[in-house]
Design a protein around this ligand. Structure first.
Ligand SMILES: NC(=O)c1ccc[n+]([C@@H]2O[C@H](COP(=O)([O-])OP(=O)(O)OC[C@H]3O[C@@H](n4cnc5c(N)ncnc54)[C@H](OP(=O)(O)O)[C@@H]3O)[C@@H](O)[C@H]2O)c1
Length: 281
């Protein structure tokens, strides 16, 4: 481990979110200094307010770079480029970038961060398992009906714990700089199979109901999802969940020397926490 890592904090962007929270926890468990980078962080960090970047970067040696809401939104590539340049300019040596699989805009963001000159590892990740327990699709699961525009497309869902393990390895160990890890889970599932796996683990009936993109957008708007998020979801379901990313990869194995977490293990561990219990609706 580099001296830089043990003395200077790692800025964990999205440090209270699905991957960042897990990255921060693992770094702290190793006794490494961490600074949480988000609007509720100390000091606060806001992607939309560039004046918050310098205080958050002050004295930082490495960065876990998770953009919000998604590298595919307009302006994200330029914002991430500016941030990476500023980070390197203030002394950041190493970065781990969370990227999205099968997204042309995410690949442009990867290139922008590469051009900053940081010692970079790219974590090009497929859809997270935790979307069903810590994000938008939790409400679908709790309603008992996952009404989503995913047809019978296969997706090799990925556990955020695996992403965090790869990020921590990339930030603290030798041998990961310059690597592009394409990360997936160990098997691809349809959304109907996901509903069945979660239903079995949670001990309740959960159905997948395929709907059109238009029906999904109308449902989401009716449930108060902001228009820009509806647009992002429509993009993701039409461009990213269309079968082009159905194959599994060996990224987790390559980075960590162990296989990725299976959906059934994620589902059992999550159900055991009561997240999908009927009473939590
Ligand atoms: N979800 C997936 O399946 C998936 C798959 C592949 C790649 N990705 C990538 O993962 C990244 C993160 O997505 P996610 O869905 O997992 O979200 P997430 O990390 O769970 O998002 C929440 C985090 O972002 C912070 N945040 C929200 N607005 C912010 C702002 N304006 N400035 C700074 N921080 C802000 C939140 O803290 P505060 O509210 O306190 O600011 C919180 O820490 C995206 O770039 C996406 O492309 C996601």
């Amino acid at each position: 481990m580099k001296d830089n890592m043990t003395t200077k904090p790692t800025l964990v962007l999205g440090g209270t979110g699905k991957t960042g929270r897990r990255v921060a926890k693992r770094l702290k468990a190793r006794g490494l200094p961490v600074r949480i980078g988000c609007r509720s962080g100390e000091p606060p960090f806001d992607w939309e307010d560039q004046s918050t970047w310098a205080p958050a970067l002050d004295g930082v040696g490495s960065v876990y770079l998770s953009y919000y809401p998604d590298l595919a939104v307009p302006g994200a590539v330029d914002t991430v480029r500016s941030f990476a340049e500023q980070a390197v300019g203030t002394g950041v040596l190493r970065m781990a970038l969370l990227s999205g699989r099968g997204e042309p805009e995410a690949e442009r963001a990867e290139q922008a961060v590469r051009e900053s000159g940081a010692d970079l590892t790219i974590l090009r990740s497929t859809w997270f398992m935790q979307n069903f327990s810590e994000d938008y699709m939790l409400d679908h699961v709790l309603s008992g009906e996952m009404r989503l525009p995913a047809g019978d497309v296969l997706t090799p869902f990925l556990d955020c714990g695996d992403i965090a393990d790869v990020a921590v390895a990339a930030l603290t160990e030798d041998g990961h700089v310059g690597q592009l890890y394409e990360l997936t889970g160990p098997r691809s599932l349809t959304f109907a199979e996901v509903a069945a796996e979660i239903g079995t683990a949670a001990g309740r009936e959960i159905r997948y109901v395929p709907v059109s993109l238009e029906e999904h957008a109308a449902d989401a708007a009716e449930h108060g999802v902001p228009p820009e998020v509806v647009d992002l979801l429509t993009y993701l379901f039409s461009e990213v969940v269309d079968g082009r990313n159905a194959n599994t990869t060996d990224g987790v194995q390559r980075a960590l020397g162990r296989p990725p977490t299976d959906f059934v293990d994620y589902a059992r561990a999550t159900a055991a926490k009561g997240v999908w219990a009927e009473a939590s609706r």
